[in-house]
Design a protein around this ligand. Structure first.
Ligand SMILES: [Zn+2]
Ligand SMILES: [Zn+2]
Length: 338
């Protein structure tokens, strides 16, 4: 089969590799659509949990092609969204209901073979049938599942005034979750006017363009919206300079959520006195487990909308173009088609 292979930092090839063979509890899947995520760029650079050689791709919709001998409940030809997380179920964190920190955490497309390939194998119970949901909608199940975990971590109080930095696919999904999750007002701040248009279209109450050449002017506009600060400020860009602005934009007693993935060596200067004297809370949200069923229900009912999020589609051979597309200001999400 053909696969994208990250073989060393900053280098990949689209090449022929052996077809994977399903174990008894696994199915073999033919990929239909796999989303490109910012994490893929971190992995290509050798960051996060990268282990080379790696077949990336963790936002996967695929068709069941063959069944391991112990698989029940799936049929050949089923279209499924694949929960990429693999958990052991018996280590200490799994046994204390913290499966996200499983000692043997394994993630398809992150530290094991993923969806930028013709075929992949996955455990049957991690395959969620689409039951008629459009594949190009379902390909957002994994990012939405992560956003649901973020909203769970944030635990917003009803009536909150929320500021969200970032209008990428994740920001656009999170903004909608916050609207439905009790925010009285959601403000999205980002540099791209196009992405801010999409954010407004999907339900953001206010949008503020972050002018990279004059960030202070952008901050003044945000302060004019909420002179005492926002109840919750979410960093969904991964840029340390953006996170550094979050505490000062947060109301006394409020919460900063670190959602975007920064580099492992990045640091951010904070005033400990400000955190202490204004009783700010800083929370982190990393990936997801067990959020696929809720994500799929949101997508099925249309309560979370996806229009305007997928802007680019590429065949597997043009993986490099797909990676570059998402760095542009008009592309939101690129998808590699099987
Ligand atoms: Zn991702
Ligand atoms: Zn475990």
């Amino acid at each position: 089969m053909r696969a994208v292979v990250f073989d060393r930092p900053h280098h990949f090839r689209v090449m022929d590799v052996d077809d994977p063979r399903p174990r008894p509890e696994q199915v073999r899947l033919r990929t239909v659509a796999t989303g490109i995520c910012g994490t893929d760029r971190h992995l290509l650079a050798g960051g996060f949990m990268a282990r080379f050689p790696l077949i990336p791709g963790h936002e996967i919709v695929a068709e069941v092609e063959s069944l391991g001998e112990c698989v029940a409940g799936l049929s050949i030809g089923d279209l499924v969204a694949v929960d990429n997380t693999v958990l052991c179920g018996h280590c200490a964190p799994c046994r204390r209901d913290q499966p996200l920190y499983c000692d043997h955490f394994f993630s398809l497309g992150v530290n094991g073979p993923g969806g930028f390939a013709d075929l992949l194998v996955a455990r049957a119970e991690k395959c969620f049938p689409l039951d008629g949901l459009e594949p190009m909608t379902a390909v957002l199940t994994e990012p939405l599942a992560c956003a649901i975990h973020g909203a769970d971590v944030l635990a917003l109080r009803p009536g909150s005034d929320v500021l969200l930095f970032g209008a990428g696919p994740t920001g656009l999904l999170l903004a909608q979750l916050l609207v439905h999750g009790g925010a009285a007002r959601v403000t999205v701040a980002a540099p791209s006017p196009h992405k801010l248009d999409v954010a407004r279209h999907l339900g953001a109450d206010e949008t503020v363009r972050m002018d990279r050449s004059d960030p202070q002017a952008s901050l003044r506009r945000l302060r004019a919206l909420a002179p005492s600060g926002f109840d919750a400020v979410i960093e969904a860009t991964g840029a340390p300079a953006v996170l550094a602005m979050c505490p000062e934009m947060t109301r006394t007693g409020g919460t900063v959520l670190v959602y975007g993935m920064a580099g492992a060596d990045d640091t951010v200067p904070f005033s400990p006195y400000e955190i202490f004297s204004r009783e700010l809370t800083i929370k982190g949200s990393f990936a997801q487990t067990h959020r696929f069923d809720r994500a799929l229900l949101f997508l099925r009912t249309g309560r979370i909308r996806t229009d305007g999020i997928i802007t680019d589609r590429f065949p597997l051979e043009r993986f490099g173009d797909a990676l570059s597309a998402v760095a542009g200001s008009t592309s939101v999400k690129a998808v590699v088609m099987g």
